[in-house]
Ligand binder design. Structure first.
Ligand code: NAP
Length: 603
């Protein structure tokens, strides 16, 4: 750091930044493609079985519901659970959660693949720990523990009583006469609700790549989010005995594959892992919760820890890093290079230089780990990620890399072919080679970040029958991402027009608390919740004006869903100053009379 406030690049760098920049460009270009294999097919029609629910038996017939409730919550994942719990705490009685799956849990209901864990520390990820009166058993919880906790929250707040499972909401229509929403479902329900909270998940639609021949393969196939234990044997803890004499192909190497591969490698006769882009794989260090540590916890501990984690990963200055793991240490990289308070007075260019150097150092460490762990140099080279740390979701594992040293595991690098090229009746084709397999497992992810409302799968009709997507045809219009003019008493949870974070459940909890307070106040006043068109326009303007321009960063990234497959979208859409500032803004808005802005007309 120079005395003028200008960062100096350390002169003892043990790498050449220009050479790395060139290598990153070259690796990105290898993967950019323009043909149809970038497209995905929906698990619908003849692919519908990829999305079927393997966990809950046949639907039990029931009569359509035509009753009236205070609030319908669409979605029973953590967002919906939090909205319903916070509403319950605020005194709302008749709450109906409507959920496609057979129970609460959302992502953790659907994803039960072998090795499943949350890669965010459980003490900050799992919500309402103090309310439920529990501390997770592991620093990074396995999926089953998370699912059990989701169900414990539902029991604690008596949400099973009115819940509808195996039910998909198909339409929301505002009834001006009664000032209620009429909620139509695929079970012919017509439920009336004063308020509706839409919280469906960002990870509920499995994505299948548009690989030619995908429907001609005659072996067995499924998606990781609908794991077929009847076929593989075993459980989320492993022991996949059904694969002992099977050749298995796994397509995809994202955060899910990182957790699945050690089990498939251990138990399959032969495992082929088809990789387009390697993930960055950092150390994990999972461990059981220390009971002595639990005894030191004092009331409010979870809020303090969660706020601390959010602040650290959002780049805020904190005295202490309570979580101290891979997420927080990489967020603090920059502070190692230049103390954060030295940023005052740095130009954007100077800041970008500092960022980039710290990023190169982090990725050099990640690549050195690959070289140290992998025996075969060609495999090691293919497993090295050549891009900036946040171009892709970082991952963590102490077992993934070493799995590729096994005799029965083969890494197939598809980068020069833009992914898997084709499936035949008997195998997977890349370049001039066909890999004959008995089973193809898709670890190809989800349609990330799109709610059914935005996808047009859940039509919403507000005042005068106006369709929400029609009202949003020039782009979404909301106040604070929650509500829109002409659509009274309707709330959206999620990332749209709000601030996101890696600990998304924390962000959802702040949103749920906000909604519960607004609904409680609306009920006290007997008022409808509806922003003016002016307030909404001002919020959208603000988002656009303050949005950082990520275009350059993203276009230099290797293609993937983070950058719309190498074609980044224009700026806007989320709150630029990050989640800590956004939550502060919401609290201040509520405390300083903001509700008067949205609680106008009486109901
Ligand atoms: P993902 O991150 O979307 O990864 C999909 C993988 O499939 C990528 O490696 C992708 O390659 C690959 N792929 C797609 N089409 C392909 C083709 N035609 N040929 C070869 N490869 C192809 O999906 P995911 O791993 O299931 O993760 C989904 C989401 O869940 C992510 O947001 C993740 O962060 C989250 N997750 C979180 C946890 C947690 O512990 N919190 C655990 C698991 C997952 P490219 O990389 O080249 O695109």
């Amino acid at each position: 750091m120079s005395t003028s406030g200008t960062p100096t690049i350390p002169d003892d760098l043990d790498f050449d930044p220009d050479a790395l920049r060139a290598k990153y460009r070259e690796e990105r270009d290898r993967r950019l493609r323009t043909d149809g294999r970038l497209h995905h097919q929906r698990p619908e029609g003849r692919f519908g079985y990829y999305a079927e629910d393997p966990y809950t038996g046949a639907e039990t017939p029931r009569s359509p519901l035509t009753d009236q409730v205070d609030v319908v919550v669409v979605g029973g994942g953590f967002g919906g659970l939090l909205a319903a719990s916070r509403l319950r705490q605020a005194g709302v009685q008749r709450i109906r959660v409507i959920e496609k799956g057979g129970d609460f849990g959302g992502t953790w209901y659907w994803n039960r693949y072998p090795g499943i864990h949350c890669d965010i520390e459980s003490y900050v990820y799992l919500p309402l720990l103090e309310e439920v009166g529990t501390v997770p058993e592991w620093k990074y919880s396995p999926g089953a523990e998370i699912l059990r906790h989701a169900q414990a929250i539902a029991r604690k707040y008596d949400l099973y009583r009115d819940a509808c499972f195996r039910t998909a909401v198909r339409e929301l229509r505002w009834d001006e006469r009664t000032a209620e929403w009429v909620v139509g479902t695929d079970r012919e329900d017509r439920i009336r609700a004063r308020h509706v909270v839409v919280s469906h998940g960002t990870l509920d639609q499995p994505k299948l790549p548009g690989i030619p021949g995908i429907d001609t393969f005659r072996g067995h196939t499924f998606h990781t989010s609908r794991w077929d234990y009847d076929y593989t044997g075993g459980s989320a803890d492993g022991g996949l005995v059904g694969l002992a004499d099977r050749r298995v192909a796994l397509i995809g190497t994202g955060a899910t594959a990182i957790q699945v591969v050690p089990h498939l490698g251990r138990d399959s006769q032969h495992l082929y892992v088809f990789q387009r882009t390697p993930s960055s794989v950092d150390t994990r260090g999972n461990r059981r919760t220390d009971p002595a540590w639990v005894r030191t916890l004092t009331p409010g501990w979870q809020r303090r820890r969660r706020d601390n984690f959010l602040a650290v990963v959002s780049g805020e200055r904190v005295e202490e890093d309570l979580v101290g793991d891979g997420w927080t240490s990489s967020a603090r990289l920059l502070q190692k290079l230049i103390p954060t308070d030295a940023y005052t007075g740095l130009s954007p260019e100077e800041r970008e230089t500092a960022d980039e150097i710290a990023d190169f150092q982090k990725m050099n460490e990640i690549r050195a780990r690959v070289a140290a762990e992998i025996d075969d140099p060609t495999t090691a080279e293919a497993l090295k990620p050549w891009y900036r740390y946040l171009c892709k979701r970082p991952t963590f594992s102490d077992e993934y890399l070493a799995t590729f040293n096994r005799e029965n595991v083969t890494l197939v690098d598809t980068a020069d072919h833009g992914g898997v090229e084709r499936l035949t009746e008997t195998g997977v084709v890349v370049g001039d080679r066909e890999y004959e397999v008995d089973c193809v497992i898709f670890a190809t992810g989800f349609e990330v970040g799109m709610s059914d409302v935005l996808r047009g799968r859940l039509p919403v009709h507000g005042r005068g029958g106006l369709a929400l997507l029609e009202y949003w045809r020039e782009g979404p219009r909301t106040l604070h991402g929650f509500y829109s003019h002409g659509f009274p008493n309707l709330f959206h949870l999620g990332a749209l027009h709000k601030a996101a974070s890696v600990n998304f459940v924390h962000v959802l909890d702040e949103q749920a608390t906000h909604i519960a307070e607004v609904v409680a106040e609306a009920r006290r006043r007997g008022a409808l919740v509806e922003p003016t068109a002016g307030a909404e326009a001002a919020w959208v303007d603000d988002l656009g004006r303050n949005a950082p321009d990520q275009y350059r960063f993203q276009s230099e990234c290797t293609p993937g869903y983070y950058n719309n497959e190498g074609r980044p979208r224009p700026r806007g859409g989320t709150y630029a100053d990050g989640p800590v500032a956004f939550h502060r803004l919401l609290r201040r808005w509520r405390a300083e009379g903001g509700m008067d802005e949205v609680l106008g007309a009486s109901s």
